[in-house]
Ligand binder design. Structure first.
Ligand code: ZN
Length: 49
């Protein structure tokens, strides 16, 4: 599973259909075959990218 943002393979699974990229520090979630990107804030909140 590659990061849809930067194409990196340094991606970890953090939940069902939910992944985190260690290279660009975004979290993303698949809805069907569309990926939604989120920025993780310092307090752990998610902001849609
Ligand atoms: Zn990335």
């Amino acid at each position: 599973m590659k990061c849809p943002g930067c194409g990196s393979k340094a991606v970890g699974k953090v939940g069902p259909e939910q992944y985190y990229c260690w290279d660009c520090f975004i979290e993303y979630q698949y809805h069907g075959n569309r990926a939604k990107l989120y920025v993780v804030e310092e307090d752990g909140g998610l902001v849609e990218f």
